[in-house]
Design a protein around this ligand. Structure first.
Ligand code: TXA
Ligand code: MG
Length: 367
């Protein structure tokens, strides 16, 4: 199949060209096709969430196993009633605080939602994206749209239309190109339990943000006591290698920024001496350290240094986890494309969105 490329004028989402692109994408969704579209987190691969046949196409295109449930996206609150059979007061409070935005809530599934959307589970993940293009598309389609990240299963999530094409060109009806996404890591998936909430997947909405709204305790699913875990709903798709580059990923930790930089340097030297082509997710400042400490001489001309055995991606400022989140997937893809055999990457501090970045890196590595 030929994949149609529809382009949004970033400076003029409401303009004529953009409106035509959105109308065309909405038409494809309404007629049972698949469309990749930007959200504020990552690009999603959408299909009509109320049409089991359309949803099946998502699983086929991504080569995604049928046990991994999809998130349903809605454009307005009135649509919630067609996908969830019940919304508690506490869930409502979270929606008030974070919708539209990168928060997915697990709610009791409405019988109209086909079982392949939730992988047979009784609850459905729902979110209302804040991205203007996603919002306009959902409004124009007038449908709830099931959409996982628009990558081949297990691989790195896409933060640009180019990334989507790399994985899915020829396998989906259209790509709606709305430029790079804003946050760069996926939504936070939360189960509301009375006044408290359980985080199934850390994401763009931070622990601190959830704590400021939830009246009860906020816990990570992994931290639940065994007896509680037995009662909790399953979390498919969470316990396996995911978000992974082709190259092996080596994660580095250290005490403070200096400690991290020293540990990074040791890894780079060790791997290079072992004959690997090394990719580096370099934070600002690490570049300077690299110049001082690298054993082999290097070339100052560009990103690719020395004897083409070290490739450096300028990731961002260590102190700005938002920047690290936004550029994480683009960096891993860039290093993969450079042909490295191993990627050395520091684990950011577990603060704010840094928690989600760490989570993705750990799942992407061999650990
Ligand atoms: O930001 C995002 O959430 C992006 C954009 C496109 O909205 N979507 C996304 O979808 O990341 P996906 O399919 O790549 O990740 C969905 C994950 C599942 O693997 C699972 O861990 C969890 O969300 N999930 C979804 N529905 C669930 C359910 N009913 N019960 C438990 N976990 C669920
Ligand atoms: Mg995904």
């Amino acid at each position: 199949m030929e994949t149609l490329r529809l382009t949004i004028d970033a400076g003029d989402v409401g303009g004529e060209g953009s409106r035509a692109a959105i109308a065309r994408a909405a038409e494809i969704l309404r007629s049972g096709g698949t469309v990749a579209f930007p959200t504020e987190t990552v690009y999603g691969l959408g299909a009509n969430a109320l049409d089991a046949e359309a949803v099946k196409k998502i699983f086929v295109a991504k080569e995604r196993p049928s046990w991994d449930p999809l998130i349903v996206h809605i454009g307005e609150r009135t649509m919630l009633g067609t996908v969830a059979s019940e919304v508690s007061q506490d869930a409502n409070r979270l929606m008030e605080a974070f919708w539209p935005g990168p928060l997915t809530l697990l709610l009791p599934r409405h019988p109209r939602v086909p079982e392949n959307v939730t992988a047979g589970l009784e609850r459905v993940g729902v979110r209302m994206p804040a991205h203007p293009v996603a919002h306009a598309l959902l409004q124009a389609a007038g449908l709830p749209v099931a959409a996982p990240s628009a990558n081949r299963f297990g691989r790195i999530s896409p933060t640009s239309a180019w990334h989507v094409a790399e994985d899915l060109e020829g396998r989906i009806e259209a790509i709606l190109d709305g430029g790079e996404t804003t946050h760069g890591v996926e939504s936070t998936v939360v189960d509301v339990r009375g006044a408290g909430c359980v985080i199934y997947r850390p994401g763009t909405i931070t622990l601190e943000q959830l704590r400021s709204v939830c009246k009860g305790e906020v816990t990570f699913r992994e931290e639940l006591e065994e007896s509680e875990l037995a009662k909790a709903a399953p979390a498919p798709g969470m316990g396996m290698r995911h978000y992974a580059p082709r190259a092996r990923l080596v994660l580095v930790e250290g005490v403070g920024r200096g400690g991290v930089e020293l540990a990074m340097m040791e890894e780079v030297n060790r791997l290079e001496e072992a004959g690997e082509v090394v990719g580096v997710m370099a934070t600002e400042g690490f570049m300077a350290a690299l110049m001082l400490m690298r054993k082999k001489p290097f070339d100052r001309r560009g990103f690719t240094m020395g004897y083409n055995t070290v490739h450096v991606y300028h990731w961002g400022a260590w102190e700005k986890p938002e920047e690290l989140a936004r550029k994480l997937y683009a960096g891993l893809r860039w290093l993969d494309a450079a042909g490295v055999t191993v990627i050395v990457c520091p684990l950011p501090e577990p603060v704010g969105i840094g928690v989600a970045v760490r989570d993705r890196l750990m799942r992407a590595s061999d650990r």
